[in-house]
Write a protein that binds this ligand. Structure first.
Ligand code: 3HC
Length: 384
């Protein structure tokens, strides 16, 4: 099946980036959103991003020529001849289901329908369509034009053809696809991200460290591109709280009681998009690297311990391999090396001891996974 036209529903942070990436891969693109305000702002952001690439010689085609392949509309009519549609509307399950119902009615029967959801189960979305086998998760990372990863998430209904077409499309978009064997709430990326946020939050709320100290360790010791709170601000604290709730409410992850994120959300301090979150930014929508202390008492092994425990759970449940977790963190979050490799280097025994220590303080989510326990006791790592 040859894909000629890609539809994108939702022109926000992710949608406009996905449209840009699709046009750069030479596809015709139709972007739909509910208002011209959103569409015009998406257009401006795409042009700005294309200009950056063009000025640096990273793309050869002139931005105005790339833009000729993208049409914007407030009507779903433009989806009538789409071959592959990617939905990127807010993470509200009823809204997503409504969008898929509409797409199912309007797109040709051969069209594949993908969701860029960060945590909603794909099967729940697929069930409103008459083509469940053609519905799949295609999860991009912010900012989509820069981040290489695409998580490919089949539901229990998705056909092999749909999986193969999606993997192929991701490669044509110059992305690195990582396929989950089984659908799991939050996928790999956001389950790990959640665990990093929870430990960061726990350390601050329990008085072990300040926000800046946690982020200093993330950036200066683990060499991550952003601190954990900084990244949360960048992603949006509404998105962060949302994926936190979806994963915890699914019953597949023990919660860590921590209120800071929810409080920020309730105060409508949503991070970069509102100009204020855990840190202050120059203006709404304007990210600037935050200033952090060079040194910090936060132990990097402690900071990643819960995320590593989650990684072990994903491996044990046959969802992905250690290597795929590492690919997710390197290409989806720009980690300098994989999380599981970091764990091996910092010492599994060390990670295990932090988990035991925090678990003993009453945080049940830190109960060491049996794979970690086994590796710690036999002095082995995730890699030989
Ligand atoms: N379009 C084009 N170029 C862009 C761009 C865009 N949208 N955004 C950034 N760039 C370019 C800049 O021009 C700059 O290029 P240069 O190095 O040639 O000058 C380069 O990218 C770096 O950007 P900045 O100098 O502005 O800032 P940083 O050096 O801090 O890098 C970053 C920004 C690439 C975002 C980096 O901080 C990073 O990798 N952060 C981690 C991002 C991350 O983890 N994303 C995943 C979030 S989780 C997610 O999305 C899943 C969801 O479901 C929650």
């Amino acid at each position: 099946m040859t894909i000629k036209k890609i539809g994108v529903v939702g022109a926000g942070t992710m949608g406009h980036g996905i449209a840009e990436v699709s046009a750069l891969a030479n596809y015709k693109v139709s972007v739909v959103d509910i208002s011209w305000d959103f569409l015009n702002s998406a257009k401006e952001r795409i042009i700005e991003s294309l200009n950056r690439f063009y000025e640096k010689g990273q793309i050869k085609e002139r931005p105005e020529d790339v833009m000729k392949r993208i049409e914007f509309s407030t009507s779903y009519d433009v989806m009538r001849d789409a071959d592959f549609v990617i939905e990127a509307v807010p993470e509200i399950i009823e809204l997503k289901r409504k969008v898929f119902e509409t797409l199912d009615n309007i797109t040709p029967s051969h069209a594949f329908l993908a969701s860029n959801t960060s945590s909603i189960p794909i099967s729940t979305i697929a069930e409103v369509t008459k083509r469940k086998e053609k519905v799949i998760g295609m999860h991009f990372f912010n900012p989509p034009p820069i981040m290489k990863l695409v998580e490919v998430v089949p539901s229990k209904y998705t056909s092999d053809e749909t999986i193969n077409v999606t993997i192929d499309l991701a490669k044509k978009m110059n992305k690195i696809p990582v396929r989950l064997k089984v659908e799991v709430p939050g996928f790999v990326s956001n389950r790990i991200f959640l665990r990093l946020m929870q430990e960061a939050c726990r350390e601050v709320e329990s008085g072990e460290a300040s926000i800046e100290e946690v982020d200093s360790t993330a950036r200066n010791k683990l060499k991550l591109p952003m601190g954990i709170f900084e990244l949360s601000d960048y992603v949006g604290l509404d998105v962060a709280v949302d994926l936190w709730n979806v994963i915890v409410n699914s019953g597949t992850a023990e919660d860590v009681k921590c209120e800071m994120y929810k409080r920020k959300f309730e105060a409508k301090e949503l991070g970069v998009k509102t100009g204020k979150g855990f840190y202050n930014y120059p203006a709404a929508g304007k990210y600037k690297k935050v200033d952090l202390p060079i040194t910090s008492k936060v132990d990097p092994a402690r900071l990643i311990s819960l995320a590593v425990n989650e990684g072990a759970w994903l491996i044990q449940n046959g969802i992905v391999s250690a290597k795929d977790i590492d690919r997710v963190m390197i290409y989806g979050f720009n980690f300098p090396k994989g999380l599981m490799q970091m764990a091996d280097e910092l010492g599994i025994k060390n990670i295990y001891n932090h988990l035991v220590d925090i678990y003993s303080k009453g945080y049940r989510a830190y109960r060491p996974n049996s794979l970690i326990e086994e590796l710690a006791k036999s002095s082995r790592g995730f890699y030989d």
